[in-house]
Design a protein. Structure first.
Length: 91
């Protein structure tokens, strides 16, 4: 169990997202931080990352790995497809 509230995670998660963003930009991609809900981080891959076959690996071994190293080892990342942002509230 993650010992932080969703609100407490917001700023540290944003900082990590900003930390990994330049790596994605090297390949024409980008990432947007959407929210933290129930200790899960919701992001949206953009640019060249949309539809890329490596996007799952990018999330798991790039973004999630960095979040786990910098914040807590149980954090998970969920990509929200473009146009599905409003569905986060229904989870």
């Amino acid at each position: 169990m993650i010992p932080f509230t969703d609100e407490e995670l917001m700023v540290p998660v944003k900082n990590v997202i900003d930390k990994v963003r330049p790596s994605l930009a090297l390949d024409g991609g980008d990432i947007a931080f959407l929210t933290v809900k129930n200790s899960a981080v919701y992001v949206q891959l953009r640019g060249a990352c949309v539809g890329c076959g490596s996007s799952g690996s990018t999330l798991k071994y790039g973004v999630e790995r960095q979040l786990r190293m910098d914040i807590h080892p149980e954090i998970t990342v969920i990509n929200v497809p473009i146009g599905m942002e409003n569905d986060i509230d229904n989870l």
